[in-house]
Design a protein around this ligand. Structure first.
Ligand code: AMP
Length: 264
């Protein structure tokens, strides 16, 4: 496994290979990330994992400063998984990279765009750079961040980039809650609530009902602050009132002051 810090070096390596799988991450790796890396190892000839906590996608300074950071552990996980290259650039390495102008897709003003102003623009900024630096044929991304995944798909399509997104299923804790690097910031009690939220949403998806009542039900199981809970048609990413075959339920909420998202 090679550790690369320079953009021009990973760029020249990536253009030498035809079948590269790329797994962009912000580190503090868990089983969710591991599942993406394993998929890439299975389907692509070479695997590049990036670990970069992108300041531009944090709309709150405190969230950026407290974001979990565990580089040595991350590197040993990547080594065990036989990752070919780990790319760990600093902010300058990414943002001083000169790329040709890239078109940016429209972002619908719902969910993350509405409640985390600037977040998805920051994701677009970093992914635009990554797509120019790391020439890959596949990018492995998690459905846990569905709106982000959808946006990057649009970015690739709009710019006719020869690269496809492999959408990977959400890996969950035993209690059903989605794994997230931010879970490291939660108390054991809060982790139990994460599981309860998942089980509640599952039941809701099965039985339907009024979302306004869901909010009060969620309060009863310990969720005091909810940014949104919405039914979204995955084909056009618009809000719908009833569940059908293309509908996912999306939630963003806070526990211990930590913002969490999930969808199913
Ligand atoms: P992050 O490090 O949080 O930026 O995530 C890096 C990638 O891992 C993104 O494509 C995420 O969607 C994906 N990811 C995060 N959590 C999970 C999970 N629990 N299951 C599957 N993929 C995940």
């Amino acid at each position: 496994m090679k550790i690369i810090k320079k953009s021009n070096l990973i760029h020249s390596i990536s253009i030498k290979h035809k079948d590269i799988g790329f797994v962009p991450t912000m580190g503090a790796l868990h089983q969710g990330h591991i599942s993406l890396i394993k998929k890439s190892k299975e389907k692509s000839k070479k695997t590049i994992v990036s670990i970069f906590v992108n300041p531009k996608q944090f709309n709150k300074k405190k969230d950026f400063i407290t974001y979990p950071n565990n580089l040595q552990n991350d590197l040993s996980i990547c080594k065990k998984l036989k990752v070919d290259y780990v790319f760990i650039p600093n902010t300058q390495e990414i943002y001083r990279w000169n790329d040709k102008k890239i078109l940016t897709p429209k972002i619908n003003n719902i969910m993350e765009e509405k409640f985390r102003k600037g977040h998805l623009n920051g994701v677009l900024a970093v992914m635009s750079k990554f797509l120019s630096i790391v020439k890959c044929s596949k990018i492995y991304m998690g459905k846990k961040d569905y709106q982000q995944l959808n946006l990057i798909k649009n970015l690739i399509k709009l710019n006719k980039i020869k690269c496809s997104i492999v959408a990977c299923k959400t890996i969950r804790m035993k209690n059903g809650g989605a794994l997230s690097s931010r879970n490291l910031l939660l108390s054991n009690d809060a982790l139990l609530v994460v599981g309860k939220v998942y089980r509640f949403l599952k039941l809701y998806k099965k039985n339907g009902g009024k979302l306004s009542l869901v909010r009060s039900e969620l309060r009863k199981i310990g969720v005091k602050k909810i940014d949104y809970i919405k039914l979204i048609n995955l084909l056009n990413f618009k809000e719908v009132k009833k569940i059908s075959s293309n509908t996912n339920i999306f939630i963003a909420y806070y526990l211990n002051g930590v913002r969490l998202i999930d969808n199913l």
